[in-house]
Design a protein. Structure first.
Length: 295
């Protein structure tokens, strides 16, 4: 709770280095890399008579809400949306739980705010559930944008939102020069190397005429890269390979990564494809990830 006590507004950064973002449809909540956008700013409210509970309001004046709707039919995870109920209830209340220098946000019914990775439609989605794997997907870094100058006003559960419903204005304020020392600057210099990844066809061909999805990798070794790729793609048991720049063939990458944070391209190859059978040691691997250096 100490992350929010003095905060008037915050940004929430996920394990994927993306920010909790309110979409312009005023309903959808996603992850986005642009932390400087007003859509990534969430106002903090406290609840009268309830300890360690907050509400987060988007730039559209709507609350971060744990809905009862399934995100995808037949899988775990329920939708997180923006909503504006006429009466405040527990669906818009979140309990911050500290985990080292990060925080988890728990619903009143025990689920956690989760930033999903992997392939579409999971990529960049936000749900609430109790994860059985990828436990770091429920961890968030809190960046304070605006400091609360005095004791925060507290809201009753029965307060009506008629005033919010009738208001169509929005004022975005940024920290002054005097407070810049205690407020994290929105734009920060990225570190590490950029990893692009693609999915190939059965013959190992890739449509690299368009830019594939990417992520910033701050690790240094092959095991760290392998783990990060598993998280990004949602695929277990992968093998990291390099592509020969002359003949285009794929070879398992067993040595250190290229020096100087060289940008790398990643190709995800299903184990059932013909190209995968050339270098997979056993059929136990469900997928193979191959890397070629960017010229």
């Amino acid at each position: 709770m100490e992350f929010f006590k003095k905060a008037k507004s915050v940004r929430m950064r996920s394990h994927h280095d993306k920010y909790l973002t309110a979409e312009s449809d005023e309903e959808t909540v996603v992850q986005d890399r642009s932390g400087s956008s007003k859509h990534a700013k969430w106002s903090v409210e406290f609840v009268e008579g309830v300890e360690n509970v907050i509400r987060l309001k988007s730039c559209f004046g709507k609350y971060l809400t744990s809905s009862d709707d399934q995100f995808l039919l037949g899988v775990t995870g329920q939708k997180v949306v923006q909503s504006l109920p006429r009466k405040l209830d527990s669906s818009i209340e979140w309990e911050p739980i500290r985990d080292g220098v990060q925080v988890k946000l728990k619903t009143r019914y025990g689920n956690f705010l989760r930033a999903n990775g992997g392939l579409p439609p999971w990529r960049n989605s936000i749900t609430h559930d109790i994860p059985h794997r990828h436990h770091d997907w429920i961890l968030w870094v809190v960046d304070v944008i605006e400091i609360r100058p005095e004791s925060p006003p507290k809201l009753l559960r029965s307060d009506s939102l008629d005033e919010d419903l009738s208001s169509s204005s929005f004022n975005l304020r940024f920290p002054s020069n005097e407070s810049i020392g205690s407020v994290e600057v929105s734009t920060r210099k990225t570190e590490g190397r950029l990893i692009y990844y693609y999915v190939c066809d059965d013959d190992g061909n890739v449509n690299d005429s368009i830019e594939g999805p990417s992520f910033q990798f701050k690790g240094h070794g092959l095991p760290e890269l392998t783990q990060k790729l598993e998280e990004e793609t949602g695929i277990d048991d992968i093998i990291v390979c390099s592509r020969n720049r002359i003949n285009g063939k794929l070879y398992p990458l067993r040595l250190a990564l290229p020096p100087n944070n060289t940008t790398m391209n990643v190709v995800v190859v299903p184990s059932t494809s013909r190209v995968a059978s050339d270098f997979m040691p056993s059929p136990s691997h469900s997928y193979m990830t191959c890397i070629r250096y960017l010229l």
